[in-house]
Design a protein around this ligand. Sequence first.
Ligand code: HC0
Ligand code: SF4
Length: 581
Amino acid sequence: SIKVTINGIVVEAQPDDTVLLAAQRAGIKIPSLCYLKGVNDPAACRVCVVEAEVNGVPMRNLPAACVLQVQEGMNIRTSTGKVRKAVRKNLELILANHDRDCLTCVRNGNCELNKLCEEFGVDQVPYDGAVRERHIDDSSYSIVRDSGKCILCGRCISTCKNVQGIGVLDYTGRGFNTRVAPAFEYGMRDIDCIYCGQCIVSCPVAALKEKSNIDQVWEAIDDPEKFVVVQTAPAVRAALGEEFGIAIGTAVTGKMVAALKQIGFDKVFDTNFSADLTIMEEGTELLQRVTKGGVLPMITSCSPGWIRYCELNYPDFLENLSTCKSPQQMFGAVVKSYYAETFQIDPKKLVSVSIMPCTSKKTEANRPEMEVDGIRDVDFSLTTRELARMIKQAGIDFLSLHDEATDSVIGEYTGAGVIFGASGGVMEAALRTVADILTGEDLDDIEYKECRGLEGIREASVTLPIEGRDTEIKLAIAHGTANAAKLLESIRSGEKNYHFIEIMGCPGGCINGGGQPHISARKRMELDSKALRSAVLYAEDARLPVRKSHMNTEIQKLYSDYLSEPCGHKSHKLLHTHYQE
Ligand code: HC0
Ligand code: SF4
């Protein structure tokens, strides 16, 4: 290791450390803005500048700590008058070209630029010259881009390109006219964006945000003619609390249900129910494909960012996709058919709302094929962040809410449904049911630990009795589309083959979706939010009395009273779909 001195403290650093990382590990905070751990280090904003000398010789200018490599004998000072003055000036320059309507901004309260300005006492913007032309693009169902808020940090560009392997955003124009935009300034609707929203959660300001549907949902709730039901995705409970100051990695399931009831939804349900339903359909589909010579590997189809990515980039794999709709859409279809019929509610008066950790779900809900006989499955899909805003708008004191439970007859869920929100969870849930069906037993060994974890691509295999013969079933899991691409390439080239694959569009799966609460770049350096949020779901699973989808009694009733059998005629009409080349 290398010894460097930071603010008079001797710090042990690794040879390839930057000064920013070495300082952070030693508990010394250097402010930063464009830096995003493991994703972006372009030294664009120059907010992390320091004074440095090597063996007593001062370095020229003020180097940026995010790209400055440590050297033996380096002496760093992070808070001199010169540094503070430079940081303040750089912040002022950024502010000069930034729309400063902070009061009405969605990032009010968690804006990283605002926080730095406050810390450095930036209380005026002394530059009063020309500002860049502002352009707001709300052409897609999912993502709004506002160039007036953009500070050109490049965090979204690097995330889209390096993390997701997509690269539809880039710098365009030069000098004063530099902007971040899709090529040829096309609208977000017209490019190969998968609406994963990873660019949103990496944005320090409000240059990228979800397209909000809050107003339409309030309108439906206020309309006495409408019966408004809501479902919440597995991953929402693992992160919603963060919006109310609760530590990352805390479950708020019961409070979330209580808040939704107070907001005024007529019935509160859980996507976990339809996650269980998905397992019944998808597990059956897998067994049919394996025993009847169908297309393998079968690939999960619940993540709409992944589906769009496959449609755009790997159309030769479309027949590998399970034909199951996602749990979000299955839930909507069940609410407007089985539930509506059971309680004699006119489906036209039913409004189906979903709360998702995802921005791509908004686009999925609007796909033309996501309806049955002209009735939409899901009318409005909101992000976890939008739900938090609604709770605040309703004046609900979230922290003091008492836990409440979801409504019946489509509200029960098992541990298998809960873990859908973490990468590997759908696979594990499917194995629990498929193994029981094939062995004809109620197996105790149901924690498939090999499915868990955050490695980008994971492989596993299980041996199951299929048609009387022990058969090895080969499995793979990928999350984040860059990893998905690697996995698909290895199959295309013939290097690998599998029976069943789980792919989620976002790194870590839904718990780290593009609709989840913002975590600042600073926090991301300090903790692993993906692991913390996943742990919430695995803990809830372990606590639940029933942990296998096929043992969900309300699912059993849904089949006996209405659908008759998995992958049967009615299921195909309501719960399955097709894809577009
Ligand atoms: Fe997910 Fe889902 S698990 S995609 O990550 O399958 O968004 O949380 O709701 O639909 O259940 C997201 C999360 C869901 C769906 C479920 C699946
Ligand atoms: Fe890229 Fe995803 Fe953002 Fe689209 S939503 S620009 S694919 S990061």
